[in-house]
Design a binder for this molecule. Structure first.
Ligand code: ADP
Ligand code: ASP
Ligand code: MG
Length: 457
């Protein structure tokens, strides 16, 4: 079997859904399980509704809800013949009535809990999967809707719930395997799951890729296809550098670094479940399905190019922690890291000097609380609106003088906190957010003006 995941833009309207039906039909012989995202921008819309309701603005929330509702009705209307449309319209209507009711309830209380936010946001994938299943059924695909909440079992950390792999694998055998064995095509919403006791959760933004990887690993898929709106992974974000090259083949490790450091095309956790089982992952373009995309494999062939790609992770905060006494006392680092740990805040880059330590974290709500704790031990200074630029490539291990070339390319940009990862396949540094486009363009021009045709397009 194979897993095919379609992102938001691949299900954004009737034309897109019709297109992916053709792609799925072309692979029926390989027994696909399909994972779909919410229609593009719907997750953001749902979050905006939830936020408005949480502030007590029920009218605004319901207004936004109606816009999203009309888009789903229109898409279903264009895709489905009358009989099927009536049936699907009824299902969608029930969902939207319950969403509206919920938003009114949140607004009346004037408080949005993480648990309720997850429930609101789960409508995106639930609605898109209803429409996609019906559209497939009307296009000679024996599709069956599979509620992700029966399969993707998670812990209860709402917004970023952690999938429980053993239970997921068991649920996949119970709910998905029999459908596939019977020649059906299960269609499951990505991104959402539920706790053991049935409370709806979500597994982090962009998480549909992760859902697909979990399903692929649990069902021992022959491959996982991530269908998006670009011809695979590129040498950098094509919105910043339109001349970015397609990467034909990349290793799991390189892809993981890139995804983690901001290459939005793939969710960071995606490759893990796949790598453990050596399942190839392909990134493909639903608007250009004949393109070969990017193949993510265990080991890449040696490339003449120094780097595979450049990514940028925005919304970073640097925290400088200066020990109150002259020298860092024994145990100081441990005390500092314990604070980050306690607030469940992940650190990306660390650099230390005799008396100070600087770390980068994703900008988040926990920062004021972390600051309050840190200030008990040290002087603390924050700089927001920073970004991490990350260059990835397995060849940098063997080449001397790499850093000199990198910093020469960005010599007129203010660079802070340089780090070469322990994995030795990434080199990263911090710049102001506003310098990201210039830094990426310069680095791309320096390292990708001529590329190895074996690896890049
Ligand atoms: P989907 O909805 O299919 O999950 P995403 O928007 O999450 O799609 O990811 C695809 C987008 O990622 C592309 O449209 C592109 O703009 C962006 N992107 C950022 N960095 C890269 C990169 N290195 N290679 C390809 N796409 C990238
Ligand atoms: N719909 C979710 C999001 O926008 C998950 C996904 O698309 O992968 O984050
Ligand atoms: Mg995505």
């Amino acid at each position: 079997m194979i897993v095919m995941k379609f992102g938001g833009t691949s299900v954004e309207d009737a034309i897109a859904v019709d297109r992916i039906a053709g792609i799925v039909r072309s692979r029926l012989a390989e027994h696909p399980l399909v994972v779909v995202s919410a229609m593009s921008k719907v997750t953001d819309g749902l979050l905006a509704m939830a936020a408005a309701a949480g502030k007590g603005d029920g009218d605004k929330a319901v207004d936004l809800c109606h816009q999203v509702r009309e888009r789903h009705y229109a898409t279903a209307g264009e895709l489905l013949h009358t009989g099927l449309f009536t049936e699907v319209h009824g299902k969608l209507q029930t969902e939207f009535e319950s969403l509206e009711h919920l938003l009114r309830g949140i607004s009346a209380v004037g408080e949005l809990t993480p648990r309720t936010a997850d429930y609101v946001v789960s409508f995106g994938e639930r609605l898109s999967s209803i429409i996609v299943t019906a559209a497939f059924a009307g296009r000679e695909i024996p599709a069956t809707l599979l509620d992700a909440r029966k399969v993707i079992i998670t812990d209860r950390q709402h917004g970023r719930a952690v999938p429980q792999v053993e239970e997921i694998n068991h649920a996949l055998q119970l709910h998905a395997q029999p459908l596939i064995a019977a020649g059906r095509v299960p269609v499951m919403g990505g991104f959402i799951g539920s706790t053991r006791d049935g409370i709806t959760t979500t597994i982090g933004r962009g998480g549909s890729d992760f859902s697909a990887a979990l399903a692929g690993a649990g069902l021992h898929a022959e491959r996982i296809e991530i269908w998006t709106d670009v011809d695979g992974m590129k040498t950098t974000d094509p919105r910043i550098c339109p001349d970015a090259h397609r990467i034909k083949v990349i290793s799991f490790d390189e892809a993981a670094e890139l995804a983690y450091f901001g290459a939005k095309v793939l969710h960071p956790a995606t490759v893990l479940p796949a790598v453990e089982q050596n399942i190839p992952v392909l990134v493909l373009n639903s608007r250009n399905p004949s393109n070969e995309g990017t193949r993510i494999v265990a080991r890449t062939p040696k490339s003449k190019s120094l780097f595979k790609a450049i990514a940028a992770k925005q919304r970073i905060t640097i925290i400088e922690i200066v020990a109150a006494r002259m020298l860092m006392a024994h145990g100081f680092l441990a005390a500092v890291f314990e604070i980050f740990d306690r607030h469940r805040c992940a650190i990306d880059i660390v650099s230390t000097s005799e008396v100070s330590i600087s770390v980068t974290v994703d900008s988040n709500e926990a920062i004021p609380a972390i600051a309050a704790d840190l200030e008990k031990l040290a002087y603390v200074k924050f700089s927001g609106r920073q970004a991490i630029i990350c260059l990835v490539g397995e060849s940098i291990r063997e080449r001397p003088g790499v850093a000199a070339q990198v910093f020469d390319a960005v010599k007129d940009i203010n660079v802070r906190m340089i780090s070469q990862g322990a994995s030795e396949i990434n080199m990263s540094f911090v710049v102001e957010e506003t310098d990201v486009p210039a830094a990426i363009k310069r680095l791309h021009a320096r390292f990708f003006s001529e590329v190895d045709p074996e690896v890049f397009d």
